[in-house]
Design a protein around this ligand. Structure first.
Ligand code: UT7
Length: 339
């Protein structure tokens, strides 16, 4: 493994992005035939119009591997170049092996070290920060950071409070060590801040199906292995923490909100995103949203949105991009990237 002695300042750069969304579309109207809801309620309260649902035989690692292939093609790197794979997910293929190990096998990244990160909807930015530590210290040169979820496997399709919110999909980035004496790399990660509050674990969780509450014949009917959320409380904390994290990440990068070219927030609710943009003083055209098409795909929202924003020409060389997330735990994180 290369371990440069690193005299020049070296940092992590996002050199490629990719995403994969499953083909099946589930619209709000489709959902209104399953639970007592309506397109009007879902659109007004969340901004979501439809979401993607993975095929029964499509696992999180299948979506993650396809997003990874697309990111590697975009970056112009081969699977053998990848030395680290981190998958952020709360819907792993299995408890173990890690989803990252399945991805390794599917893409043939024989030189990689692989593991998963669990930080719910903040997972991608947590994983990006972990990868940065490997890369900035010279321990690894090239890494894949993936956010991938099959949330349809954790949804209680009889609970209208939650089933309308979530969807499936995967996004990936290739990050590589780039030193100051090299030509400026695109997508340089300037700062990341992270936070957690374990006192609030009860507000957003999947309580059953693991060691604290295994599924038994007695409890299976109450569906403890599905998503439970206190929506209003979660909403309030999401706004506060995402705003705080954004401001801290900008400050750490020596920037302010007026320097931001585009904010790519976690895609949970258009009203949360609107509240944060307002408080940061960012106009609508500087805010990227695709939750109308995909709903909340947890750890996948940011890498999918980043990939779509790049491909749509919304990110140009020199742009400052603010990434910010909030999720179960509670967890939150924000990163500033200069393109
Ligand atoms: O990704 C991690 C972070 N997650 C989030 O940030 C999500 C944060 N929370 C939210 O986005 C919102 O709280 C929700 C979209 C989940 C809910 O919106 P809300 O405006 O907070 O609605 P509410 O939960 O206060 O419910 C209002 C009403 C209730 O009826 P009553 O008690 O006022 O009669 C609900 O039963 O809306 C009802 N309701 C629905 N009605 C139609 C809840 N879900 C539905 C539904 N269709 N799907």
């Amino acid at each position: 493994m290369p371990t440069p002695s690193s005299q020049p300042f070296c940092a992590s750069s996002i050199i490629g992005t990719g995403s994969y969304m499953p083909a099946k579309v589930l619209t709000n109207d489709d959902l209104s035939k399953i639970v007592d809801t309506s397109d009007e309620w879902i659109t007004t309260r969340t901004g979501i119009k439809e979401r993607r649902i993975a095929a029964p035989d499509e696992a999180t690692s299948d979506m993650a591997a396809e997003a990874a292939r697309r990111a590697m093609a975009d970056a112009g790197v081969s699977a053998e170049d990848i030395q680290l794979i981190i998958v952020a997910t709360v819907t792993p293929d299995m408890f173990f092996p890690s989803t990252a190990c399945f991805v390794q096998k599917k893409i043939g990244a024989v030189n990689a070290v692989c593991f998963d990160v669990s930080a719910a909807c903040s997972g991608f930015l947590y994983a990006l920060q972990v990868a940065r530590h490997f890369i900035n210290t010279g321990n690894r040169i090239t890494a894949l950071v993936i956010g991938a979820e099959k949330l349809s496997s954790l949804v209680n399709w009889q609970d209208r409070n939650t089933c309308v919110l979530f969807g499936d999909g995967a996004g990936a980035v290739v990050i590589r060590r780039a030193c100051e004496n090299e030509p400026e790399a695109q997508g340089r990660v300037l700062s990341t801040v992270m936070g957690s509050d374990g006192n609030l674990t009860d507000l957003l969780k999947v309580p059953g199906g693991a060691s604290a509450c295994p599924i038994t014949p007695e409890n299976v009917a109450s569906r403890p292995n599905t998503i439970h959320m206190e929506g209003r409380e979660t909403f309030k904390h999401a706004v506060t923490r995402m705003l705080e994290a954004s401001q801290q990440a900008l400050e750490m990068a020596g920037l302010s909100a007026k320097d931001v070219s585009l904010v790519i927030p976690h895609q949970a609710n258009a009203r949360i995103i609107g509240a944060i943009a307002d408080r940061l003083g960012l106009p609508e055209e500087k805010v990227f949203m695709n939750l109308d098409k995909y709903g909340n795909t947890s750890a996948a929202t940011i890498p999918v949105a980043l990939d779509e924003a790049r491909r749509a020409g919304r990110i140009k060389k020199g742009d400052v991009v603010l990434l910010v997330a909030f999720g179960g735990g509670f967890t939150w994180a924000s990163s500033v990237v200069r393109w």
